[in-house]
Design a protein around this ligand. Structure first.
Ligand code: PLP
Length: 228
């Protein structure tokens, strides 16, 4: 409990320092606590320390955790950040608040069809692949605009922005340069008149470089919950 609370404080301090270094308002970056692998009790501790937004990679595990924490449901925001196959979209549409990992239209269409009218629209980000080879998930930069236009038109989704997971690079500047590719695609889509407000970039090891590149949401697991 104390460890998670202390870690949250340290991560928040890192965010503030990185924002100051980048000439940004600390409030412009949200912290998503990535709780994958950790039990519901860890989420409960983080919630008690004031954390509200949680990210899960594995759909089934995430849904079990959401159900185990049903008493806190109204106070928590659940983000699906992992690879999403067609056969899992219904679970996601029924249980999560956000999805960061949409990389093709078919997945988005299914989520929109399966999102109940009783729930708010599902908040979504498109995952873009900014470094080509190594990390194959995500739409290519060339496909991103057309995908954004199509997803923005779906009735039960609300397109919020982009997510990227570049491969680890050698040093701050190289890492920031990769994140800047995502920021450039984000700006290009916004310039066409699609209102985006979320750039989901940065994890425990590289959140400073992501914030320097314009991240508005860092997804942090290890630095909050410990090693997996
Ligand atoms: C696991 C994971 C994170 C958190 O990574 P850490 O290095 O533990 O901070 C962030 N985003 C995604 C998509 C992940 O799978």
């Amino acid at each position: 409990m104390t460890m998670i609370r202390d870690n949250l404080q340290q991560v928040t301090a890192r965010i503030v320092t990185a924002c100051t270094a980048a000439g940004r308002e600390p409030a412009s970056v949200r912290l998503l606590a990535v709780s994958k692998i950790f039990p519901p009790a860890a989420v409960r501790d983080a919630h008690a320390a004031g954390q509200r937004a949680f990210g899960e990679n594995y759909i089934q595990e995430g849904v079990s955790k959401i159900e185990a924490l049903a008493d806190l449901r109204a106070d928590l925001e659940w983000h699906c950040i992992g690879p999403l196959q067609s056969n899992k979209t219904r679970l996601v549409a029924e249980h999560f608040d956000w999805v960061h990992s949409i990389d093709r239209l078919k997945i988005a269409q299914r989520l929109s069809e399966q999102r109940s009218a009783d729930l708010p629209p599902l908040q979504v980000c498109l995952q873009v692949n900014v470094d080509g080879g190594a990390n194959k998930s995500g739409a290519s930069p060339d496909e991103a605009l057309a995908l954004a236009q199509a997803v923005a038109a779906l009735p039960r989704l609300r397109l919020r922005g982009l997510m990227a997971i570049p491969e680890p690079a050698d040093g701050f500047d190289a890492q920031r340069a990769l994140f800047m590719r995502a920021a450039a695609i984000f700006d290009r889509i916004k310039a066409t008149g699609i209102a985006l407000d979320t750039l989901s970039l940065g994890m425990s090891a590289d959140m400073e470089a992501a914030i320097a590149a314009g991240s508005t949401m860092v997804r942090v697991g290890t630095a909050i919950f410990g090693k997996r």
